[in-house]
Structure formats: structure tokens, C-alpha cells
Design a protein around this ligand. Structure first.
Ligand code: ANZ
Ligand code: ZN
Length: 801
């Protein structure tokens, strides 16, 4: 029997809205729970089936915690600045603000149709000036403490679109939009000093409960390495400093390599005799991405610097210096000592340029390949290091370098400072002005928000500046410091800005004096449980942890870490097991599912689809199974029998199922929680009866998964005003074990053994347990059972010939 989900779901969504049922209260004496899901980018495509996987999961947790008596803040908002909307504006001329409002309205309607229990009173929108006022305010605080600075940086420039591209718009080295060639162009950019927080971003992971794969990808991204800086003298006079993780191999350094952008090349122009060749190579290297440049497999290229040589501080030997694109200016010192015997890239380069390869760690075969193993080798050809193991030699050489004043230990991080400028329109204006006399001057906080001005044309200028640069009236302003003429910054912030602190705003979203009140932040922080995609594990998670730590340092927030717990859901794939995409034609629209089966089925299905943390293919059959299950729940009304409490037959099953659902929800095992409820309903149907109390508790535990149907049945049976205000049922651990009974086992009517089985044991199981008994097994050897009799609670009789 099907139920009328269309009517029921609409009715309850309206009721929840009207009565503000899911609003977090400001009663800070209650225990709190703050679950968070990543707020979406309101794209033109609308919601996809991946969004509800995360949103429903934490909705289930949120709903359960409310029933357990917590004050729950489950908020939602819009991460609405960014490229797709801007690109749409470029194509159609429609203002991003209009498109954003329309997309948000659509998303919101879709989310509401899923019955998600968000507190809509706290909705935030990163493109709203009352919101980005605070994004700009945080930027000013960073600037005032020296954590925002301007720097010449290489950016991606599409030679055919003539625009500056974000890294994510460069796919496989070409422009994502036109496939045109992308080159690196140097521009002055705002940078944020996240590197200052690198060590703390690693250390404080100890304090939080992140799933392992998230934790380790944060650590890898930050990329801490330990080694030494070593000074080489040069025939040009200046010393050349390198960073190495293998100072033990110093005696094996047979040449050096500078990054093609290294400033020494220009500095040494007087001594260098092949400058044109070097500059030509530098020009070519500028066209490649860092990724291409450092690829292991790629053929090594370079040019020797003629006229200047270096001296190895350990061996005293004079060695050549090259430039090559496999050395990056952005890491270490932009220069390396090359040890071809023990580094693969140096090895390939030495082979290509016919350079000496000197083995300094014995144990490999350097005729064939670089020997990179540090654990087993022993030092050779290395003077006072000979005979030592690698780790020992590292210590000895660093001590020697320090004594000689030629080097010191050094820790480096792969993490780079955050390029914070975009030459784009649809972002937060950076609240800075440039004055010829005073330099960069921050806008006074009283002038925030600095609103994004209207423009007629969303294209960048010919020279790749933001469209804001065309607004002379807006650009030309007065210096807040000296009152003289000044120009506004025309770069805007990256999309990552607004999402770096949004969880703070939810705590007190209408506050126009501060980010949020101290009391609200004290009460709600940290976020108790944050779920989101693995694709946001590095950038978003790291950026928001960085901002949070900064805000902690300046006394704005009370916790060191923003999120106490971080989990991540697997992707939902198409029925064919491939990623859903328009081009594959396997995209499922959540609206269609809600329309055909209802939101409760959609929710239940997305939670039943498989292990929450793993990718799972869509399955139309499995949706039907979930829909049938809910029909059977609806049918329970017809099975009501008189009686109070749990019936004797179902008591253990109820306690067990409540325990399982209670615990599984907390452990992201939504699929097994649902399976347990499905098993319980089978038992109820088999028994053909359910008491009112049993029905009541069944509805409560199913409610977080299928909130509409359960509310309707709850009302229909007069249990109370609203299930959302109920109490989560408790289970009794001691009643979670099956009651057992002893059976006599006879063979041809004669008792041969006694066995213990569960009270409600079925025939098949009882016979199996009997046959597994040693005495019975022996009696049956070589015999043929012709009849098996089971009298529940009393005996099993096996008749043999
Ligand atoms: C000598 C050496 C010998 C190295 C050896 C390695 C093995 P991680 O672990 O990533 O920090 N390196 C240093 N700066 C570089 C740059 N700007 N561009 C490219 N490579 C650079 O790696 C540090 C190692 O990468 C350094 O240690 C250096 O090579 C190289 F048997 O120095 B090594
Ligand atoms: Zn000035």
C-alpha cells in the first residue's frame, strides 16, 4: 500500500517552517551540538545527488541530537562568489547578482523539498555586503599584523582569451575554456602568509578528531622536511646557498643547479659569457607549469653558466653551475647541490650532460641508477664521514658545517603563501588604496563594507587587470592617511575567502558590530562535526584553519581549532560506476527522484546506498527497495494490537535495534542502521502485530531518516503534537541479548544431548545447532536422517534408518 508522500511531505515542511521547529535557541544553558556541512556554490545546474549525501547524513545526526535534548545549530548558506557565475555573466551579460539570487532561490527550494532540518534564520550569503564586510575586516587585521603583503608572482595567462586564469582553470597546461596556450606572467599580487602557521597547522592536528585520510593529506600538503642550508663559495664572489635534505651526500655534489629565475643570473651578468643562451632558456621555462617542470619522467634540459664556477665546501673541488627548469625558484633557496649518484633527477641530468657521478653512499649500483635508500647504506669517498651510516653522517656533517660557518640545520615546508588576488569582478573588493606618498594604505574599518561597484562590462582589461580597473570614478579616491590622491586596489579576493570563516557567522549571523558575539562564539565553537568532500581537504580546510588560528591569536575566537571532528563522504557515481557527468549522460537529478518517490525515499536511499565513506554507484532498483520499505512502515497502522510496552516476542529485537541505530548513526554507518530497521519490520510482519508503544518507538528511531512519513503517522496515532519534539528512546543493554532455552535432542526418540538455542529459534537453525553437537554428530555418522522434528521450547528429534 502506497502512501501519499506528495501531500504529506509538503504538509510537514510547511509546519516545520511555520513553527520554526529547527531554530537553534539562544538558551546557552543547554548542551549544544553544532554539525556543519560545506555550504554549496549555487551553480546554474542546481543541486546534484552528491549534495544530499552529505546534508542528509548530518541531518540525521542533527535530528537525533535534538531528540536527545541538545540545542542544535545545523545551518546552511551560500558560497556564492566565483568563476562560473562570472563566466556566465561574460557570456550573457546578465549581472552575477541577478544570476546568484536566482540560483540561490532554486537551491533553497530543492533543499527544502528534501526535508533537511536547517535553521534557515541563520542563512548566510558570502556575496551579501553585510557578510563580506567581515571578510574584508579579517583581511585588514591580517594586513595590520604583517600577514598580508604584495609580491611579484607568476600568474597563469591565457594567450588567446587574454585573461589571467586561476590555477583551477588551467587543465593539462591549457586554458580550460578555449584550449589556448597558457603562459606564466609576473604580476604584483596580494599574498597571505599561511606559511607562518605551517608548523602549528601540523601540530594541532593532534587536538582534533579527523579521519586518517584527511589528517594525512593535510600533513602531506604542508610538506615539512628537515635538512640543512649549505653555503658554496663561487668564483663570482657571492656565496651560493642551497637547501638539501641530504647534507650527508655533500662530498658527492659534482655540480650545482640554479632555477632559471634565480636573481644571481642577472647579478653575475658581468662575469657570465653566455648570457643570451641563459635568457633564452629562462624564457622557455616561464611557459611551463611547476608541475611539468618537476615531473620525474621528463627529459632533463638546462644550460651551463659559463664564466662562474662554485667550490664544494667539503671536497674543495671546483664544480660547474647550470640552470635547469627542474629546480624551482619557489622552494628552498631556488638552488641545489646536485648529487647524481643519490638523486634520480640529478642522475638523469648528469647522464644527459655527461657529468661525473661520484658514489658517496655504498650499497647500490650507481652505474645503473641513483641509489636513494637512506636506511641501509654506508658512507664512502667522503673523508671524515667514511664508514658512518646515513643518519649518523647527517649529524656529523651539520656539526662540521656549523663549526666552519658554512651551513646550519633547516626545516622547510612545501606549503606556499596563499595567492590572494584575482583579476576578476565577482569577488570581495580588497579594501586597500595605493597612495604615491604613503604606499599601500588600508581602508578605515568604518568604511567597510567596501561594496563591489556596478560595471557595464565584465571583461578584464587588455593587460589582464580586473574589470574594476576600468571604473575611473571608483578607482580614483583619496588617501585615508594623507588625504592626497590615491587609487583603489582593483583585484578581488579568491572564492576561498568567504568560506574560510562562514561557520563563525552562523553563530550570530545578524550581528552588525562584530563577526559574532563573544558569548555566541564561546558557546557554539568549535564546530562539533564537519562533513565535506575529499576535494576540500587541502585548500579549504587548511585555509579556514589558518584564518581561525589567526583569529584566535588576536582574541576574536576562543578555540585554536575550528572543527573538532572532520569526516568525508564518498562520491555518488552513475549506474555505470563512472563519475556522473553531462557528457556521459548518466546524471541523476534529485528533483526527479523526489517527484517520483518522495523525499523520505530519496533520503533513505542515499543513506542505504553503501558505506558512507566510499564511492557508490546509483541503483534504480535499490531505490524501489527503499520505497517499498516505507510503504510497509505506513502499513504498520493496520497491524496494531492491544497491549502496552514491548511484546514478549519483540522485546529483545527492539532493544537491539535501538542500540544499533543509536550507535550506527554516530559512526557514519547509516546503511547498517537502516538494514537493522528493515529486519525489525520483517519480524513485526511475521508476528502480524505491533503494540502502540512499539509503533511509537519505531517511528522515533526512523524519524531522522524519514522525517515526513514518521511525523504523519505519529500525528495520526495521537502520540503527540510533533515527533520532532519527542525524546530519543533508550535501550537496556541487558535486554539486548536473546533469551535462550534448553532443548533435548533425540535420535530415534532417545535423548542423546542437550543444546541451548534462542527462544524464538526457527526450525532450520535448531536442527543445525543440534547436528553440530558432537554427540549427535557421532550418532549420525553414516546414517541417513529421514525425518526431523522440532518442538519449539522442548525438543529436536532426528529419525534415522
Ligand atoms: C642534495 C640531495 C642529494 C638531495 C640527494 C636529495 C637527494 P624535499 O624532500 O622535497 O624537501 N631541492 C631543493 N630545493 C629545490 C628546488 N628549489 N627545486 C627542486 N629541487 C630542490 O626535497 C629536498 C631536496 O630536493 C633537496 O635535497 C634538493 O636535492 C632538492 F641524494 O639536495 B637534495
Ligand atoms: Zn597618502
Amino acid at each position: 500500500m502506497s502512501y501519499d508522500f506528495k501531500q504529506i511531505e509538503k504538509k510537514w515542511q510547511d509546519r516545520w517552517d511555520e513553527e520554526n521547529v529547527f531554530a537553534a535557541t539562544t538558551d546557552f544553558s543547554k548542551p549544544k551540538f553544532y554539525p556543519l556541512v560545506e555550504f554549496p556554490y549555487p551553480s546554474g545546474q542546481g543541486l546534484h545527488v552528491g549534495h544530499p549525501r552529505s546534508y542528509t547524513a548530518l541531518d540525521i545526526v542533527a535530528r537525533k541530537r535534538r531528540l536527545e535534548g541538545y540545542n542544535v545549530l545545523y545551518p546552511m548558506g551560500w558560497d556564492a562568489f566565483g568563476l562560473p557565475t562570472e563566466n556566465y555573466a561574460l557570456k550573457t551579460g546578465i549581472h552575477p547578482e541577478i544570476v546568484t539570487a536566482k540560483n540561490i532561490a532554486h537551491f533553497k527550494e530543492q533543499l527544502k523539498s528534501l526535508g533537511l532540518s536547517f535553521d534557515w534564520n541563520r542563512e548566510v550569503n558570502t556575496t551579501d555586503p553585510s557578510y563580506y564586510k567581515w571578510t574584508q575586516w579579517i583581511f585588514l587585521q591580517l594586513y595590520k599584523r604583517g600577514l598580508a603583503y604584495k609580491k611579484e608572482m607568476a600568474v597563469n595567462f591565457c594567450t588567446s582569451c587574454k585573461v589571467v586564469l586561476a590555477n583551477e582553470e588551467v587543465v593539462g597546461g591549457v586554458c580550460e575554456r578555449c584550449g589556448g596556450e597558457v603562459i606564466r606572467q609576473v604580476k604584483s599580487q596580494w599574498m597571505l602568509k599561511i606559511t607562518e602557521y605551517a608548523q602549528r597547522l601540523i601540530d594541532d592536528l593532534e587536538e582534533v578528531n579527523y579521519i586518517d585520510r584527511v589528517k594525512s593529506s593535510q600533513i602531506n600538503w604542508i610538506g615539512r622536511s628537515t635538512g640543512a642550508e649549505v653555503d658554496f663559495t663561487t668564483t663570482a664572489g657571492e656565496k651560493l646557498t642551497v637547501y638539501t635534505t641530504r647534507p650527508d651526500t655533500l662530498f658527492g655534489a659534482t655540480y650545482m643547479v640554479l632555477s632559471p629565475e634565480h636573481p644571481y643570473i642577472d647579478q653575475w651578468a658581468g662575469q657570465i659569457t653566455n648570457m643570451p643562451a641563459l635568457l633564452e632558456y629562462r624564457e622557455k621555462a616561464a611557459r611551463k607549469s611547476d608541475f611539468e617542470r618537476t615531473e620525474m619522467q621528463k627529459e632533463k634540459t638546462g644550460v651551463e653558466i659559463e664564466g662562474v664556477r662554485a667550490i664544494n665546501p667539503a671536497s674543495g673541488k671546483e664544480i660547474p653551475i647550470f640552470i635547469s627548469d627542474y629546480v624551482l625558484m619557489s622552494y628552498g633557496t631556488g638552488a641545489i647541490m646536485a648529487v647524481p649518484a643519490h638523486d634520480t633527477r640529478d642522475y638523469d641530468f648528469a647522464k644527459a650532460f655527461d657529468l661525473p657521478i661520484v658514489e658517496v653512499v655504498a650499497g647500490g649500483d650507481v652505474e645503473k641508477e641513483a641509489f636513494t635508500d637512506c636506511a641501509t647504506g654506508v658512507m664512502v669517498n667522503s673523508g671524515f664521514l667514511d664508514g658512518m651510516k646515513v643518519e649518523e653522517a647527517k649529524k656529523a656533517i651539520i656539526a662540521w658545517l656549523e663549526k666552519e660557518g658554512k651551513g646550519h640545520p633547516k626545516v622547510n615546508f612545501k606549503l606556499r603563501d596563499w595567492v590572494f588576488s584575482r583579476q576578476r569582478y565577482w569577488g570581495e573588493p580588497i579594501p586597500m588604496v595605493y597612495c604615491e606618498k604613503c604606499g599601500w594604505v588600508p581602508l578605515p574599518e568604518s568604511e567597510l563594507p567596501l561594496k563591489l561597484p556596478e560595471v557595464a562590462d565584465f571583461h578584464q582589461t587588455e593587460d589582464g587587470q580586473s574589470p574594476l580597473a576600468k571604473l575611473d570614478d571608483w578607482v580614483n579616491t583619496t588617501c585615508p592617511h594623507c588625504g592626497g590622491p590615491a587609487k583603489r586596489e582593483t583585484d578581488t579576493m579568491p572564492q576561498w575567502a568567504g568560506s574560510s570563516w562562514y561557520f563563525l557567522r552562523y553563530c550570530d549571523p545578524h550581528n552588525d558590530q562584530e563577526i559574532a558575539s563573544k558569548e555566541a562564539l564561546e558557546y557554539w565553537l568549535p564546530v562539533d562535526w564537519y562533513n565535506g568532500g575529499m576535494e576540500h581537504t587541502t585548500l579549504h580546510l587548511l585555509y579556514s584553519r589558518f584564518w581561525h588560528k589567526f583569529l584566535y591569536d588576536i582574541g576574536v575566537v576562543p578555540t585554536k581549532e575550528p572543527y573538532a571532528k572532520r569526516t568525508s563522504h564518498g562520491m555518488i557515481l552513475g549506474e555505470n560506476g563512472e563519475k556522473m557527468s553531462k557528457s556521459r549522460g548518466n546524471v541523476v537529478n534529485p528533483d526527479d527522484i523526489v517527484d517520483q518517490y518522495g523525499a523520505d525515499t530519496m533520503r533513505l536511499y542515499e543513506m542505504f546506498i553503501g558505506d558512507f565513506e566510499k564511492a557508490a554507484p546509483w541503483s534504480a532498483d535499490s531505490i524501489k527497495g527503499c520505497s517499498r520499505f516505507l510503504d510497509r512502515v505506513w502499513g504498520l497502522s493496520k497491524l496494531l494490537i492491544p497491549g502496552e510496552g514491548y511484546s514478549k516476542e519483540l522485546e529483545v529485537s527492539f532493544h537491539k535495534t535501538i542500540k544499533k541505530v543509536t550507535e550506527d548513526i554516530e559512526n557514519l554507518k547509516f546503511n547498517t542502521a537502516i538494514a537493522a530497521m528493515m529486519a525489525l519490520i520483517n519480524e513485526i510482519y511475521a508476528k502480524k502485530g505491533i503494540t502502540k508503544d512499539e509503533l511509537h518507538d519505531f517511528l522515533v528511531i526512523l524519524n531522522p531518516f524519514a522525517p515526513h512519513l514518521t511525523e504523519e503517522m505519529y500525528e495520526k496515532h495521537g502520540f503527540g503534537l510533533m515527533l520532532a519534539k519527542e525524546k530519543w528512546p533508550l535501550f537496556d543493554e541487558s535486554k539486548c541479548v536473546d533469551e535462550t532455552v534448553e532443548l533435548a535432542v533425540q535420535v530415534n526418540g532417545k535423548v542423546r544431548a542437550k543444546i541451548v538455542v534462542p527462544v524464538n529459534c526457527d526450525k532450520e537453525t535448531a536442527i543445525q545447532i543440534a547436528k553440530d553437537n558432537a554427540a549427535i554428530a557421532e550418532a549420525l555418522v553414516g546414517k541417513m536422517p529421514i525425518r526431523e522434528i522440532y518442538v519449539p521450547g522442548r525438543l529436536v528429534n532426528i529419525v534415522i534408518k
